[in-house]
Design a binder for this molecule. Sequence first.
Ligand code: KIV
Ligand code: ZN
Length: 432
Amino acid sequence: ASKYRAFDPVQMHDRRWPGRTIEKPPIWMSTDLRDGNQSLIDPMSVETKLRFFDMLVEIGFKEIEVAFPAASETEFNFVRRLIEENRIPEDVTIEVLTQAREDLIARTVEAVQGARRVIIHMYNPVAPQFRRIVYNTDIAGVKAIAEQGTRWIRQYSSQYPETEWVYEYSPEVFSGAELEVVKEVCDAVTAIWQPTPENRMILNLPATVEMATPNVYADQIEWMDRNLANRESIIISVHPHNDRGTAVAAAELAQMAGADRVEGCLFGNGERTGNVDIVTLALNLYSQGVDPGLDFTRIDTIRHTVEEYNQIPVHPRHPYAGELVFTAFSGSHQDAIKKGFAQRRDGEIWELPYLTIDPADLGRGYEAVVRVNSQSGKGGVSFLLQQQYGLELPRRLQIEFSRVVKAFTDREGREATSADIFALFEQEYLQD
Ligand code: KIV
Ligand code: ZN
């Protein structure tokens, strides 16, 4: 049983909160090695991508978009190495991206030759802005590109019947396109591919650029969920980007609106403001008692590794993973946390003030939960002495000693570490 409480609908009703929550994880797809990689100042080397792939497998991803193989030799070679070195576990499916051009599709199929199972992902722009500004075409034009691309994928992939092929189609900038047009194009693609409930295809509906509040994206997904032809043979996938800073909310609302699958990157890497952050999405589920099916029990190692591979730091206040997110400096917060720890019993529901999740579940210790600076009070100082040195101070001594520590932080203009605090305590009370 989870030590976290899923929202209790009765309690929610009493408090007049709206009642929808997410009760199961989506199918996760990591696009760290494709969308994430293509947004880096210096794209990753083949060796780095191989190590990153292994880490994604360890975390538990079963679908990993590994490359745009027709885009460069590095990308192509990376896919070949994955396959030729047998690095893809039985239960993991690689995904490759292509545009709807015959030469690119042929090269993409060549890149994955010999793989057991492949998601081949084709996209083409459908939104009016692209039709008008970039491609100078109309609805019939973008529909014809999608249909022809799908036929080529059928034709080229059928040359390798030993591979299990799953088709994914993305109408680009779904978030800015007319719903009827997207439906028309997607239905046409579906009619060509002919998926069945046993052999579903993926329709990925990207917020290529996030353009509206997250409820609008969810409404768009809900409309597609209700109106797509052959819905039972389709996995609806979402691919939010974070241009307005609301990609996590968009992905969560989209799941409540009918999405089955989420594409994103660790810590929100990806084009411009990033793809949706899968770490936050997964741990949001975890903190509500839903097993996300991804393992973040070594979050610090994962964070440091991703920082090294992407050459991009993770913000210290990044949800769940940032260096400071389980740290309280202010006196009242520290006091509440100290009381929470004192009353906590193993096996009980996690109910610690200010800490939505137990840092230990992410492999983090409690040392950083309380840090003492000039904003802190007696609760924090005595918590550290107790946790780090086993010293229980009586209340009057706590008050008295916290003044000594405050004088130190004011004088030094910096945080007092537990070692500083213990040294001050020794100086004040333990020396002759
Ligand atoms: O953001 C986007 O639209 C994409 C597509 C290729 C799915 O990355
Ligand atoms: Zn994208």
